[in-house]
Write a protein that binds this ligand. Structure first.
Ligand code: PLP
Length: 397
């Protein structure tokens, strides 16, 4: 017997919620659990720029032969430009290398494997709360994980003093994982001044920043959302950025992302790249082609790129509209609690402040599915379900 002692793993809390939602016969049920963008019809459509790029790829593709281990050089260039900006000296000096990865998750894992295999670091500081998979991904790469304070439930804002206080416990050489924008699950990002202060602090403390950049464009704009990464680039010569194109390209099931490592100079970057490729090779050998080809085609073609930027802006705008509608409607329903903080959060998620009992009642009495922490996927709210949602919330408060 080999497997008789294997214990059943607990169900993934968010995917488990989706399963429950699927089995709920309530015709008016609302799923605000899983982190997927929906349009006002409640659909997660393929972007128009993506469809056009796929046509181009279908017509021009001549082979399904392997990609190289890090994917194409052009993809790497386009990703770095998107992250650091066209005029960035990181790009012009050749100080960064990029490997295409299967989604943001794959990028985080390759980055983690690279750091662990090279014995660069063994402990990573992760925000409390965070996307729960961070613990599993970095744990699997061999990291010890620790948490830094991030959220203040009393103000529904960032606990910046607590964050600095916890990071003072970090030792030189430790890694700090930062959400580039649209913090998951709180929707709260540092201000430019706070990014600046954090960057100075982490640089002087000898900490290595690792940005998880999964929502570029869904907060305040493609460049605006990169402000944290770009401020850090002024204070740190070395850091990592994981990009995901699941949300901003709607390419969830194509698994497309990238890991970028910034080094002190070109010569160091070349050495790092050679080891990054080993981390890929020992994981999945080389990346899948289709999703990255789409991203590359769109970003490299001025017309398709302009269309993509409009489509991202439309997603971002719809989320912002739903935020302010929700605040207005709750107010109009006469709820005592002030929900205006929802307007100042960024991206798809909102920490609503709803407690476990309220979340449970929303599900059992109204068919409204929200993660137990009270995290709402604002991108799941539509003009069709917002009235039912707000009246259900008003009833459980
Ligand atoms: C903060 C964060 N990082 C990474 C990911 C993973 O993205 P991907 O689906 O591209 O692997 C997610 C997805 O929800 C996320 O919220």
């Amino acid at each position: 017997m080999f497997f008789d002692k294997v214990q059943a793993a607990p169900a993934d809390p968010i995917l488990g919620l989706t399963e429950e939602f699927r089995n709920d016969p309530n015709p008016n049920k609302i799923n605000l659990g899983v982190g997927v963008y929906k349009n006002d019809q409640g659909e997660t459509p393929v972007l128009s720029c993506v469809k056009k790029a796929e046509k181009i790829i279908l017509d021009s593709e001549k082979t399904k032969s392997y990609l190289s281990i890090p994917g194409t050089a052009e993809y790497g260039n386009l990703v770095r430009e998107l992250v650091f900006g066209k005029d960035s000296e990181i790009c012009s000096e050749g100080r960064a290398c990029t490997a295409q990865a299967p989604g943001g998750t794959g990028a985080l894992r390759v980055g983690g494997d690279f750091l662990a295999q090279q014995k660069i670091a063994s402990k990573i500081w992760i925000s409390n709360p965070t996307w729960v998979n961070h613990f599993k991904v970095f744990g699997a790469a061999g990291f010890e994980t620790a948490q830094y304070s991030y959220y203040n439930p009393a103000t529904h804002g960032i606990d910046f003093e607590g964050m600095k206080e916890s990071l003072r416990q970090a030792k030189p050489g430790d890694v700090v994982l930062l959400h580039g924008c649209c913090h998951n699950p709180t929707g709260i990002d540092p201000t430019a001044e706070q990014w600046e202060e954090l960057a100075r602090f982490t640089a002087s403390a000898g900490l290595l920043p690792f940005f998880d950049f999964a929502y570029q464009g869904l907060g305040n704009g493609l460049n605006e959302d990169a402000q944290g990464v770009r401020i850090f680039a002024r204070h740190h010569r070395e850091f990592l950025v994981s990009s995901s194109f699941s949300k901003n390209f709607g390419l969830y099931n194509e698994r497309v992302g990238a890991i970028t490592v910034v080094s002190a100079d070109k010569e160091e970057s070349d050495r790092v790249f050679s080891q990054l490729k080993i981390a890929v090779r020992s994981n999945y050998s080389n990346p899948p082609a289709h999703g990255a080809k789409i991203v590359q085609t769109v970003l490299a073609d001025p017309a398709l790129r302009a269309e993509w930027e409009d489509e991202v802006a439309a997603m971002r705008q719809r989320i912002k509209t739903m935020r302010s509608l929700m605040v207005q409607k709750l107010q109009a329903l006469g709820v005592n609690q002030d929900f205006s903080f929802i307007n100042s959060q960024n991206g798809m998620f909102s920490f609503s402040g709803l407690n476990k009992e309220q979340v449970a009642r929303l599900k059992s009495e109204f068919g409204v599915y929200i993660v137990g922490s009270g995290r709402i996927n604002v991108a799941g709210i539509t003009t069709g379900n917002i009235d039912a949602l707000c009246s259900a919330i008003a009833k459980v408060l």
